[in-house]
Ligand binder design. Structure first.
Ligand SMILES: [Mg+2]
Length: 435
């Protein structure tokens, strides 16, 4: 990997965050993005190409991903972030992260921009791991465990996909498909055959499952007020699981941020008898004051929140003791670099960390690397329907949950590659920027 001393892309390094002038790593030659709208239309896949080979001589390629507003993220990457990255040192991860973050925050940008940074950050860590011929978790100081505990989040195969028979429709973000009766239809089954589903998951080795059984009530009645009748219906799956399996299965409820504080307090009161492991995003986390109030009065553990996207937002929650668990999506908050910082901040407060996934395979892999290296991580979220139906279209590794755990990634870098045939230059969702 020896390279001449060089300040890569010096004309672009006008910030105080300068490129390193020594020990330059492989130079970035091209950035590709692809929106696989026929698989997961909210997903953005990314590859960063370099000019140098790994041990086998094949040019190093880093893989990244993020989820939500993918066309906006692609534009952010190609229209200006590429100007920083093309020709630059691929291993100057923190330099690039800080430069791009500061340019975004100068304009208050923290949504689309942080997602773009997240995808780039994953790809750069992937390249570093390949250069070092080590999985990323080793570069983060791991392992702290031999395998990662997971739970099943009850989404079905069509949750997050384009509705069948409606090729031009995507539904609304956050309003996923309930599904239908059938195998792996965990969203539908969690409501209509909850005890059977819990038994099936238990037999597969899962010891925790998360239900979304209030989503339909929100979509029917809104989130400002929840009647006791609606609650009886929405929490019926919890009653049936407890009646059939007793306390053998941990249960959690995700409210997807649909409810106001007063409705959320009523929901919390009604769930107490089922002893959930946590309630997640019952209220929208717009206000840390409201979350503090909810946690103070809920009487059950509270998880906060994949809907937060900055370290400062997490700090505000942690310093005010407003969370029993912290949930992080590594491809929304700023990649592996920022997820590590947030997880370690949570660890300072002795708050366990949950890694989010329902949104893409590299998000899952990024979570596994963090879980392998940060002791505070308690669970990695998984959606078994996605692992078995969607992710095989996207990655070259099979993800198999055994005994309620996933193994640590073994291959160098992220330990997984996006399927190369996805990056078809004729695909309408394909873009490339190159030197
Ligand atoms: Mg959630």
């Amino acid at each position: 990997m020896a390279s001449p001393i060089d300040t890569a892309a010096p004309s672009r390094a006008s910030s105080v965050i300068q490129q390193h002038a020594y020990r330059r790593g492989p130079r970035i030659t091209a950035i590709e993005t692809l929106i696989p709208d026929d698989v997961m239309p909210g997903l953005l896949l990314l590859r960063i190409h370099t000019d140098e080979g790994a041990i086998n001589g094949t040019p190093l390629v880093g893989h990244g991903e993020t989820y939500y507003i993918p066309h906006g993220v692609a534009a952010t990457i190609h229209d200006w972030m590429a100007r920083r990255l093309l020709g630059a040192d691929a291993l100057a991860i923190e330099s690039h992260w800080r430069f791009l973050y500061e340019r975004c925050t100068s304009f208050g940008g923290l949504g689309c921009e942080l997602r773009a940074i997240s995808a780039i950050d994953l790809a750069l860590w992937d390249i570093l791991g390949q250069v070092c011929q080590q999985p990323v978790w080793r570069l983060l100081g791991g392992p702290v465990r031999d395998r990662v505990p997971v739970y099943n989040s009850c989404g079905g195969p069509t949750y997050g996909r384009r509705p069948k028979g409606a090729p031009d429709a995507q539904g609304w973000p956050g309003h996923g498909d309930l599904g239908q009766p059938g195998p792996l239809e965990d969203n539908w089954n969690s409501i209509h055959a909850s005890a059977d589903l819990a038994e099936e998951l238990y037999s597969e080795g899962y010891r925790a499952m998360k239900l979304w059984s209030l989503d339909q009530i929100y979509q029917r009645s809104g989130g400002h007020r929840v009647s006791w009748a609606d609650l009886e219906q929405g929490l019926k799956p919890f009653r049936e699981i407890r009646d059939r399996l007793g306390m053998k299965m941990e249960v959690m409820l995700d409210g997807h941020g649909f409810f106001t504080l007063s409705a959320a307090l009523r929901i919390a009161e009604a769930t107490q008898e089922f002893k959930p492991l946590w309630l997640e995003d019952i209220i929208r986390p717009d206000s840390s004051d409201a979350i503090v109030e909810f946690r103070r009065r809920a009487g059950v553990p509270i998880a906060v929140s994949e809907m937060l996207v900055t370290r400062e937002q997490y700090r505000s929650i942690l310093t005010r003791h407003a969370a029993d668990y912290v949930m992080i999506d590594p491809t929304w908050v700023g990649g592996i670099s920022e997820t590590r910082r947030i997880a370690e901040l949570a660890q300072l407060y002795n708050v366990p960390v949950l890694m989010h996934d329902c949104t893409g395979p590299l998000t899952l892999y990024a979570g596994l690397h963090i879980a392998a290296a940060i002791p505070a991580v308690t669970y990695q979220e998984t959606v078994r329907a996605h692992l078995r139906t969607l992710y095989p279209y996207l990655i070259d590794e099979k993800v198999s949950v055994e005994d309620g755990h996933l193994p640590l990634p073994e291959r160098a870098g992220l330990g997984v590659r996006l399927q190369s045939e996805l990056f078809d230059r004729d695909h309408p969702g394909y873009r490339i920027s190159k030197c």
